[in-house]
Design a binder for this molecule. Sequence first.
Ligand code: 5GP
Ligand code: MG
Length: 181
Amino acid sequence: MMESDIDRILLRHEQIHRRVAELGAEIAKDYGEAEAGLTLLPILSGAMIFVADLIRELPLKMKIALTQISTYPGHATEPSEPRTVMELVGDLRGRHVIIVDDILDSGRTLRRVQEMARRHEPASQRTCVLLRKTAKAPPDIAADYVGFDIDDLFVVGYGLDFGDHYRNYPHIGVLRPEIMP
Ligand code: 5GP
Ligand code: MG
């Protein structure tokens, strides 16, 4: 069973859900009166659960664009150079764009997507992450909306994977050491 692979839970689903609702309210306040339309750009696959919950907290007309980047191929727990699996699909030009990711770690993934989005000439561009590893996040990669600051641990659940597993685990937790290499 999946549950037995988890060593400890860092953030329970209820707590995540409350924070996602707060982020949604913040974004709704910031963009509610905006002239240009809003496009959220989640970075697949890690951000899919987060963005699905976040957009249902937004009482705004909005669009979704997609891109897929792979940073931890297979069973790696140390990041490699990000690989663009799927180029950007969607409508960014002249729109307010919020890039959405599960976690800001070394910042390489967000740097890649921020550059990619900028080339589509959005009206404005911001970044929203559920988690941020404060120990590592570089100062030049800013996140405008942050759910939780966490320690430098490899976490899974709520969209975050290890070897593509555990994305469906509802909480965010740390794996038992014997599961990880
Ligand atoms: P960065 O490019 O900032 O180093 O890493 C960001 C990406 O790596 C995230 O989109 C996420 O997919 C993955 N990542 C970073 N830290 C973790 C972690 O602790 N657990 C998991 N499962 N993925 C992570
Ligand atoms: Mg990712």
